[in-house]
Ligand binder design. Structure first.
Ligand code: ADP
Length: 448
């Protein structure tokens, strides 16, 4: 087992990793930008190193500074959290070259899955169902037209290098196509420095259901069930739950088993998520995330496993400590992503948190690096905490969530807590009856 791990991240996820390390008796090194000198992850770590100025590209994305921090402190491994360098294959390679363990899959697996076309090809070859679409990228409108005629409209044009829901355009018919392709290419070029795009059938009313996997890189892999992340705003997840209100145990075993077998075949190491759109009882692969996800706690709540500790164990060379039969699901969990934003306009609201009071009690978990007097810097993501609630079934979970939200107080900045209170009054939410467009429609109705 490692003796010292450097956490190459900030905010709630840095704290999450720190907690896992501490329980395993591993020393922690925090890194931070000058804007984060007073951050909770810095205060709680055993050691900390300032790695640069506020802009992420100069600090949390600054590979040489992070490698130096490892060398100065003698950290043997790096946990990348999510975002920042967590899916950067080059970072994983550089660490390996410096004899530092990257806690995550091989650079090769990261690279394959980070290229959406390669990922889709690999998934298909491994027996995972994919969305019908172009075999590779489409370079011209003519090519796009051909594919679209084949699969039928509507279609969606997506960036090969995509992420965060950017660079996607829907074409409902042939006359939309030309503009959709060129805008997608331009946006992709601007956002990712790579204008390559591909085409998929646009699914009208899917749910977003993803399967959590864990592999040891030695040919063993298990699935930890699914999460339903259909409630999204601008393709960004807002609320996640496990299990999905739409799946039964047999469907879960079927798709989960298929994905676990695929990951075993790939020799996948660490945690990963295979994302699907789900419509009319069919699963369609959209992408794989080769890292820990924001929403991992809902899986932890229903399996009783600590996913970060499992990541660290397999990274240290241990084989999987469990077989599929050992994994038992119990109860229901929901996560609300709380952002420092206005709950109506979603305008960011950084600044001083005058006071914060977290809810507590049975079945309530808060993953947050907030504290009273903390100043939320304007430079990073506006996620300030996650409220995760567990109940023995979905009904109890929803009742508890309502109660927990009523206790949650943040003063000094605006938060999205009121949005969740409004959602809990909606019949569709109470019934679990929603798809990936539900939230946008709800917000549009309530804005007018
Ligand atoms: P990103 O990496 O940018 O998050 P994804 O491929 O994961 O991109 O897609 C993000 C979201 O975009 C999905 O959760 C879904 O809401 C929507 N989306 C992607 N592909 C399709 C599709 N073929 N049909 C309908 N919606 C889609």
């Amino acid at each position: 087992m490692f003796e010292k791990i450097l956490i190459a991240n900030r905010g709630e996820i840095a704290l999450r990793v720190l907690r896992a390390c501490r329980e395993l008796g591993i020393h922690t090194v925090a890194v931070h930008s000058t804007a984060d000198a007073d951050a909770m992850h810095v205060k709680l770590a055993d050691e900390s190193v300032c790695i640069g100025p506020p802009a992420a590209k100069d600090s949390y994305l600054n590979i040489p500074a992070i490698v130096s921090a490892c060398e100065i402190t003698g950290a043997e491994a790096v946990h990348p959290g999510y975002g920042f360098l967590s899916e950067n294959a080059r970072f994983a390679e550089i660490l390996t070259e410096h004899d530092i363990k990257f806690i995550g899959p091989s650079a090769e697996n990261i690279r394959t899955m980070g290229d959406k076309i390669e990922a889709k090809r690999t998934a298909k070859a491994l027996g995972i169902p994919v969305v019908p679409g172009s075999e590779g990228g489409v370079a011209t409108v003519d090519e796009a037209r051909k594919v679209a005629r084949d699969i039928g409209y509507p279609v969606i044009i997506k960036a090969t290098a995509g992420g965060g829901g950017r660079g996607m355009k829907v074409a409902r018919n042939e006359s939309d196509l030309e503009v959709a392709v060129s805008t997608a290419q331009t946006e992709a070029k601007a956002a990712f420095g790579n204008g390559d795009v591909y085409i998929e059938k646009y699914l009208e009313k899917p749910r977003h259901i993803e399967i959590q996997v864990l592999g040891d890189g030695k040919g063993n892999a298990v699935h930890l069930g699914e999460r339903d992340c259909s409630l999204q705003r601008r393709h960004q997840k807002v609320w996640e739950e496990a299990h999905s209100p739409a799946l039964n145990a047999q469907q879960r075993d079927e798709i989960g088993g298929r994905v676990a077998r695929a990951m075993a075949k790939l020799g996948y190491e660490g945690v990963g998520t295979i994302e699907f759109l789900y419509e009319n009882n069919e699963f369609y692969f959209i992408e794989m995330n080769t890292r820990l996800q924001v929403e991992h706690p809902v899986t932890e709540m229903i399996t009783g496993l600590d996913l970060v500790q499992e990541q660290i164990r397999v990274a240290s060379g241990s084989p999987l400590a469990m077989t599929q039969e050992d994994i038992q699901f119990a109860g229901h969990a929901i996560e609300c992503r709380i952002n420092a934003e206005n709950a109506q306009t979603f305008t960011p609201s950084p600044g001083r948190v005058d006071s914060v009071h977290f809810p507590g009690g049975l079945g309530v978990r808060i993953d947050s690096a907030l504290y009273s007097g903390y100043r939320i810097p304007p430079y990073y993501d506006s996620l300030i905490g996650k409220l995760i609630v567990f109940g023995k079934n979905r009904t109890e979970c929803m009742m508890r969530l309502r109660r927990a939200l009523s206790e949650f107080v943040v003063e000094g900045v605006e938060t999205t807590i009121p949005l969740f209170q409004r959602l809990l009054a909606e019949t569709d939410i109470i019934d679990g009856n929603y798809d990936i467009h539900w939230l946008e429609k709800f917000l549009a109705r309530n804005a007018s």
